[in-house]
Design a protein around this ligand. Structure first.
Ligand code: ZN
Length: 299
């Protein structure tokens, strides 16, 4: 098929990539560029782009587009950009958890929930991770809590060892058995790990909203005359989500159902759109059905 040949760019220079991104945007007319756009319409693949640019956001900027972002969503690319920025701040020495906590606008949990460990994230960003390649205990517990949230939300139950393969790549049941004695003991420890006090201590980092996107971390100049900012969806941490499920005994507060097949969701009693907050007393556990019923009655 000769068409295929014509469709592919001969050479990848930064300029040709920027041109290509502009061309794709003329098709999508979204004002931004995503990996999917490139896959769907591009005459290049995504990988050569990363040879010349730190992120898709950077190419977008060069092409006069805005970086792609879903409100409240932190993508792997965002994290990679942010890690590279921090690496600059700490002058390239190996990245540690404390560096993230001190310098990052993205929470540590967000990073390990996307990459499973800081080491992996650092390697994905082409940086040197700090020596210890082993996941430490906190990381393992956090991953387990994240997994627990997911199995509650998708299947209404606690995680089984087989869920590790299903939802978490790269960590085996053996890792948990070795560190905690058994899978059950790991679950027990994860359950005890999340306390209300913990959540309250967490608050400063939870109030963070959108982080700075650019690799150079330009100071954001807020213009008071600009258009009002849209409702910002604050990030509810893994631990906070889990705490609410745990506090509500892993069951729907309206109908009381729980267990396998009863998908649970975190609900704002007073919706964010009606100025509800992410405070613990405004959060509750609802089953999928009750949550839909509630939404209908509000409309
Ligand atoms: Zn219910």
């Amino acid at each position: 098929m000769s068409q295929f040949r014509i469709d592919f760019l001969e050479e990848y220079t930064p300029e040709s990539i920027v041109d290509e991104v502009r061309r794709i945007e003329m098709i999508t007319k979204t004002g931004t560029i995503t990996q999917k756009d490139i896959k769907d319409y591009g005459r290049i693949s995504v990988s050569p782009i990363y040879k010349h640019f730190a992120s898709l956001g950077e190419v977008a900027e060069k092409a006069g587009l805005r970086p792609h972002r879903k409100v409240g969503d932190t993508t792997k690319e965002d994290i990679i950009d942010e890690l590279r920025r921090i690496s600059g701040v700490i002058r390239g020495r190996p990245l540690k958890r404390s560096d993230i906590e001190q310098h990052s606008n993205i929470s540590y949990y967000k990073i390990i929930s996307q990459f499973r460990s800081l080491g992996r994230a650092a390697r994905a960003a082409g940086l040197t991770p700090h020596k210890s390649t082993k996941h430490d205990r906190d990381d393992l517990l956090t991953i387990l809590i994240d997994l627990w949230n997911q199995t509650l939300e998708k299947e209404g139950r606690r995680p089984y060892t087989t869920d590790l393969k299903k939802y978490v790549c790269g960590i085996s049941q053996c890792t948990y058995s070795r560190s905690f004695g058994s899978w059950k003991k790991a679950l027990k420890e994860a359950y005890d790990y999340v306390t209300e006090k913990d959540i309250i201590d967490d608050l400063p980092s939870e109030t963070q909203k959108e982080f700075v996107l650019s690799p150079q971390a330009k100071p954001k100049i807020e213009s008071s005359t600009g258009p009002p900012r849209s409702v910002e969806r604050k990030h509810i941490s893994i631990r906070k989500r889990f705490f609410v499920f745990k506090r509500d005994h892993f069951s729907c507060v309206i109908c009381g159902r729980s267990g396998v097949g009863v998908k649970l969701e975190l609900d704002h009693r007073v919706p964010i759109s009606k100025r509800g907050t992410d405070d613990l007393d405004n959060l509750q556990t609802l089953c999928f059905e009750c949550n839909r019923g509630k939404r209908d009655s509000l409309e």
